[in-house]
Design a protein around this ligand. Structure first.
Ligand SMILES: [Zn+2]
Length: 206
């Protein structure tokens, strides 16, 4: 039986009754305590959400800025890329456009409209420690060839985060299965896929 339910003329809980202090009303509060705490928790939730978003973007900014090679490719490096591309493609010729490769900061990418891979400075590895920064020229071009082959087979995936990360992970795993990709590059591609999966998991989703 609780103290509050005891009838006023009975002392069924003497020890508790003796310790009972006279009621002192709390000063009036402009905001009920429950509402104030709910509001504080909501604000903390929003703050945590923003922190996570900025953290994820910081990771990607770091990777973009410092991970892979930034310096425009030399003629010799472009020729190496051309030979690697032909090696990967085998008898089925596909377009590798080197027109931007000598430019600092140019990016290697698959252009679905042109059905061509645009060669950029970042086809070469950089100094970062991530799997992506370590990818060799062959692994990088295998990843782009995988984009091309998946597009030819009708894959249509989102390109923006968060599901764009899943597309990139799938593409790197696809590349790891391409013929002529050595074990060392396969391992780097699988590690790259793993990192993209972590990116997807860490990205705030509704
Ligand atoms: Zn990609």
């Amino acid at each position: 039986m609780s103290l509050q339910s005891c009838p006023p003329d009975r002392v069924c809980c003497p020890s508790r009754v003796q310790k009972r202090k006279p009621h002192v009303p709390h000063p009036p509060s402009p905001i009920p305590v429950s509402r104030a705490s709910d509001s504080a928790i909501a604000r903390l939730g929003i703050l945590a959400h923003h922190c996570v978003v900025h953290f994820v973007y910081l990771i990607h900014l770091t990777r973009m800025l410092g991970a892979r090679n930034y310096i425009g490719l030399t003629d010799h490096q472009i020729e190496h890329c051309n030979q690697t591309w032909e090696f990967l493609c085998g008898r089925l010729k596909r377009e590798l456009d080197p027109s931007e490769a000598a430019r600092h900061g140019s990016r290697t990418r698959y252009d679905e409209r042109r059905r061509a891979v645009i060669l950029g400075a970042d086809a070469y590895p950089g100094t970062g420690q991530s799997a992506n920064s370590r990818l060799s020229v062959l692994a990088c071009l295998a990843h782009e060839l995988a984009h091309m082959r998946r597009a030819e087979r009708g894959f249509r995936r989102p390109v923006n985060p968060p599901d764009g990360f899943l597309d990139e992970a799938e593409t790197s795993i696809y590349a790891a299965f391409l013929r002529y990709v050595p074990l060392r590059d396969r391992e780097d591609l699988v590690e790259d896929a793993r990192d993209r999966l972590f990116d997807w998991l860490a990205f705030p989703k509704e």
